[in-house]
Each structure stands twice: as structure tokens, then as C-alpha cells.
Design a protein around this ligand. Structure first.
Ligand code: PHE
Length: 345
């Protein structure tokens, strides 16, 4: 009889729960106090036959121990909870804590994405560690094309003697265009923002990495006029409604014809200042009609489709927008510089 009861209680105490300190105290009183269940059992113990005393006694002790353990465990839980409620840092300032600010390059990038997004361009992304195929070959750079030198490529080395010429750090985000064209048939309308790398000595005007946004539009009957209108809209949205653009003939392996685009200097409004070297114009991007060779290399029928592409440096745009004269500021993370952009978003 007594053994059955003890066994039952042993099971019961395993599942004891208390929602608060009062409930826990009630449990303690119910099981462990002088008038509690276990003490009652101790009294009953006297009536146990002498030959069973040893076994029942051990069981009873076991029950008492398990009940104590369970109640102590619950107590510890409550204590831990109330301690964690009290760990507020009383030395912390009562003034609003300063949040971080967005990096100026991110601000400018987001604005560029926004402007082209409103014109129907979607985002495309690709790897920074790329192969030659997507950075150069599919972009119509012949193996011995001198334009490869233009880009000052970083090669990924496995060891000093064994330079893996095939794997490089992308030197422009045109590689993303190649990847998009391989996978998708026109109409294609994407912009590809991203970091690019060039083996240049670091100075106020050049860096070994910078950021670009390139755009690509391919469909039936796309013409240079479409390109010009989209770029004019971009320039006005970015630099204000009075901004003028001009296109100068240029050369890129992947576009034909190619051009570089200047905007009227947004610092002097086009009358001439030291920033625009008194010309009234500043260059902001390269562009052109996608070379049919590029379309064919990426599996797009150049007799059916045509397209345009453009590419700009985000640092360059940020420089014009915020007059940051030293490129290095963008990657040094000096908070005094970064905080200047607090109000910009
Ligand atoms: N890829 C070129 C660069 O890195 C920019 C560009 C893109 C020019 C698309 C024309 C068309 O300089």
C-alpha cells in the first residue's frame, strides 16, 4: 500500500510546475512541510512490517530527495529570471543612443538603383571572383587585345609560380551582364551594382577597388536614341532638372558605337570652375550599343535583337554629389567622415 503511494508520488513530483514564487511556496508546503504529504508518509512508516522497513525506508528517502531537488530546480529558474530582469546598465546615457549611418557609397548606390528601378530596370548580381570568360572573352576582348591591359587585372594566385590566369577579380561588372545574357533571352533590362578590382596604386584619385553600376537593355529595335534618353533622365534625376548631358565618341571592346557621357558641372552649373577644370563639363560614365559579337557569344541572336549598355563608378557619382575629393575616404571608415552623411537618408 505505502509502496504504491510512494511510487505514485515519485512520478508526480517529476512534473511539478509553478508559475510564480507563491505557487512554488505552496508546493513546498504541500510536500515538504511538517504537515506535508511526505511527513505524513513518515508517520505511516511506523506501521510498516519490520521485514519491509528497509526497502520502504529507502523509497521514502528517495521520494523526499527527488521532491527537494525538483523544488530547488524550480526555485533556481525563478531566481535566474529575476536576475536577468535586473541587468539593465544603469551607467548608460539617458540621451538617445547614436545609430550608425549609411555609407555614402550605399546612399548613392541606392539612389541609382531607385532611379533606374523607376525606369523598369531590375537588379542582377554576380561573383567578384570571376573567370576570364565572363570578364573579358564574352565581352569581346580578344586574347591579345590591348584593352585587357586597360583594366589592370588582379589574377588569383594559387602559389607564386602558378598564377591561375583564368580566375581573376572582376575588373568591371560587365561580367554580370554576360551571366545574365547567358541565362535569359531578351527582353533584358537590368542594372548590375557591385565592387570591382583593378591593380592600381592607391592615391586620392585611384584605388585598387571601387564600385560600379552597369546597365543593360536588350530587345527588338533598341537604338542609341533610347540610350540617350535613359541617360538624360538619369542625369536629371540624380543631379537636378537643369542638368545637361553630352556624349563624346569613345571606345570599349563590348560596345559599338561607344561613347563617354559628360554632365554639365553640377558644382558651377556649367560656367567653369576648378572642379571641372574650367570646361563646364564632368565625365560620369561610359556607354554604347552592345557589340553584336557580345550578343552572339552569350547566345543571343544579334540579327533579331539589339541593345545598349552603360557603366559608371559609384565613387565618381558620390564625388560629384558630395564633393569628396579623396577616394580613400570611402574605404577608411573614419567615423568623422561617415557621420557627415547622417542626414542624407
Ligand atoms: N565596363 C566599362 C568600364 O568598366 C564601363 C562600360 C559599361 C562602358 C558598359 C560601356 C558600356 O569602364
Amino acid at each position: 500500500m505505502l509502496t504504491d503511494k510512494i511510487n505514485e508520488l515519485l512520478k508526480e513530483v517529476q512534473d511539478l510546475h509553478a508559475a510564480n514564487a507563491e505557487e512554488l511556496e505552496a508546493l513546498r508546503l504541500k510536500y515538504l512541510s511538517k504537515k506535508g504529504i511526505i511527513n505524513d508518509l513518515m508517520n505511516d512508516f511506523r506501521t510498516v512490517a519490520a521485514d519491509q522497513k528497509r526497502e520502504v525506508g529507502m523509497k521514502l528517502n528517495e521520494l523526499k530527495k527527488q521532491t527537494q531537488d525538483r523544488i530547488n530546480a524550480l526555485k533556481e529558474q525563478f531566481e535566474a529570471l529575476s536576475e536577468s530582469k535586473n541587468d539593465a546598465d544603469l551607467t548608460r546615457t539617458a540621451y538617445p543612443v547614436k545609430l550608425g549611418t549609411r555609407h555614402p557609397l550605399t546612399l548613392v548606390k541606392n539612389e541609382i538603383i531607385d532611379i533606374f528601378g523607376r525606369m523598369g530596370f531590375t537588379l542582377a548580381d554576380g561573383p567578384e571572383v570571376e573567370d576570364d570568360l565572363h570578364v573579358y572573352t564574352k565581352m569581346n576582348f580578344a586574347a591579345d587585345h590591348p584593352a585587357r591591359d586597360m583594366q589592370d587585372t588582379f589574377f588569383v594566385e594559387q602559389n607564386a609560380e602558378d598564377v591561375v590566369k583564368n580566375i581573376i577579380l572582376r575588373s568591371h561588372t560587365s561580367s554580370v551582364q554576360a551571366r545574365v545574357m547567358e541565362k535569359t533571352q531578351p527582353p533584358i533590362r537590368v542594372i548590375c551594382p557591385g565592387r570591382v578590382y583593378r591593380n592600381e596604386a592607391i592615391s586620392a584619385r585611384a584605388h585598387c577597388f571601387f564600385h560600379q553600376v552597369e546597365g543593360l537593355y536588350i530587345d527588338k529595335g533598341v537604338s542609341f536614341t533610347d540610350l540617350k534618353q535613359v541617360l538624360l533622365t538619369f542625369a536629371r534625376e540624380m543631379f537636378g532638372p537643369d542638368t545637361k548631358i553630352r556624349l563624346r565618341p569613345s571606345y570599349f571592346p563590348f560596345t559599338e558605337p561607344s561613347a563617354e557621357m559628360d554632365i554639365s558641372c553640377n558644382i558651377c552649373g556649367g560656367v567653369g570652375c576648378s572642379f571641372c577644370k574650367h570646361t563646364g563639363w564632368v565625365e560620369i560614365l561610359g556607354c554604347g550599343m552592345v557589340d553584336p559579337n557580345v550578343l552572339e557569344a552569350c547566345g543571343i541572336d544579334s540579327k533579331v535583337y539589339s541593345g545598349y549598355a552603360f557603366g559608371m563608378g559609384i565613387e565618381r557619382i558620390a564625388n560629384l554629389k558630395y564633393q569628396v575629393s579623396d577616394l580613400r575616404l570611402f574605404s577608411e571608415n573614419d567615423v568623422r567622415f561617415l557621420r557627415e552623411f547622417e542626414a542624407a537618408f
